[in-house]
Design a protein around this ligand. Structure first.
Ligand SMILES: [Zn+2]
Length: 371
């Protein structure tokens, strides 16, 4: 079975789900804390006096998240590594070249799993403090904005509170900057860090296992709607390890003893990955290339363009955003109007999918809530 970053994508999603659910719990706690006593003339004073209570509640949610997430990150990476190994074993078994047995001897627990887990935990370290600060800032901001018009009465105060809370709910906890200087919201940031780690664990495990079975060449699949970064590597043969650069190599036929075969290699696997192959969301698969036996996959027609897939991702983000806003709605009419926006974007996804033949990804349209 060939391996690609999406082999372990669900594992990264599961970890990101924990953060999104915690964010939902925080918004709920802030909303309930604000809604209480909204009709009282001394509402703003009461809310400011209760800041400490909310802070304790928020800290409790974050502490639980931190414990859950650390365990989940380690488990997800061990599982991703295991899947990569299993994929290589299954692939070699299916090829029936007698190498499956050699590959079946389990590799010792890879230090890379621990290293990747530590790196993700370090990358997500600043997340917790930011969640606390963003929650408390949002709460104070709502109180300040709603109290700014005290003479206008409870109904207006409710609207002002709603508007301020919406700002927070739609924006979420954000401001995480990656190594390339791009800004991310909480869930996407965690998911990005996890996805690149789980992909790395699966891909390294697969490559290590092929190496243990004496397979030194791999080939890159054809993927529909490929991104420009991957295009140069598509349907190419790569050396699993070794020097970069395209070249012809002389290798022994996979099944004919002593028979040599010339193979055109486009570069090395680490070289291709450094140049962008297997970036997050990449659908390209890598499989064992057996000289004289393996066939390069045929070109497949695309179902829509890369730009279409990006449009679909945008609609999915809008659906999740409006679902989150609907959850933050403080009255029935607001909730109803926001649910209508959700349906509007769902219609757009349906139309895009019907037009292009792209697969619909329903899980990307779901908002994770606390279990
Ligand atoms: Zn790709």
């Amino acid at each position: 079975m060939p391996v690609s970053p999406d082999l372990s994508e669900d594992l990264a999603t599961a970890v990101a789900d924990l953060y999104e659910a915690a964010e939902g719990v925080l918004i709920g706690k802030i909303r309930r804390a604000l809604a209480e006593g909204l009709g009282s003339p001394v509402w703003a004073e009461l809310k400011l006096a209760a800041v400490g209570n909310l802070q304790a509640a928020v800290q409790e949610v974050i502490a639980a998240l931190q414990t859950d997430a650390s365990g989940a990150i380690g488990q997800a990476l061990a599982e991703a590594y295991d899947r990569g190994q299993q994929a290589a074993v299954a692939e070699l078994g299916a090829l029936g070249v007698g190498q499956a047995a050699a590959a079946a001897a389990a590799l010792p627990t890879a230090p890379i799993v621990d290293r990747l887990a530590q790196a993700v935990i370090a990358d997500t370290g600043p997340v917790y403090l930011r969640m606390l600060r963003a929650s408390m800032d949002a709460y104070r901001d709502v109180v300040a904005r709603a109290a700014a018009a005290p003479l206008l009465g409870a109904q207006t105060r409710r609207q002002a509170a709603q508007a301020a809370l919406d700002d927070f709910a739609s924006r979420g906890v954000k401001g995480f900057v990656d190594s390339r200087g791009r800004s991310w919201e909480l869930r996407s940031y965690v998911e990005m860090a996890m996805r690149s780690a789980t992909a790395r664990a699966s891909l390294e495990a697969h490559s290590d296992r092929l190496g243990a079975a004496g397979v030194e060449l791999v080939m890159v699949s054809q993927a529909p709607e490929e991104c420009p970064l991957c295009r140069p590597w598509e349907r190419q043969i790569l050396a699993r390890t070794g020097a970069p650069g395209a070249r012809d190599v002389q290798v022994e036929h996979a099944t004919e003893d002593g028979e040599m075969v010339t193979v055109r290699v486009a570069g090395s696997l680490p070289e291709a990955r450094a140049a962008g192959l297997h970036h997050p969301n990449c659908r390209h698969r890598v499989s064992a290339y057996l000289p004289g036996m393996s066939r390069i996959p045929a070109v497949q027609p695309s179902r829509g363009t890369y730009e279409d897939t990006q449009k679909q991702r945008y609609y999915e983000r809008q659906i999740r955003k409006w679902k989150r806003l609907a959850d933050a709605g403080m009255d029935e009419a607001t909730v109803k109007a926001r649910r209508a926006r959700v349906r509007e974007y769902q219609t757009r996804v349906r139309e895009l999918v019907a037009e292009t033949g792209l697969p619909r990804k329903r899980h990307r349209e779901q908002l994770t809530t606390a279990r």
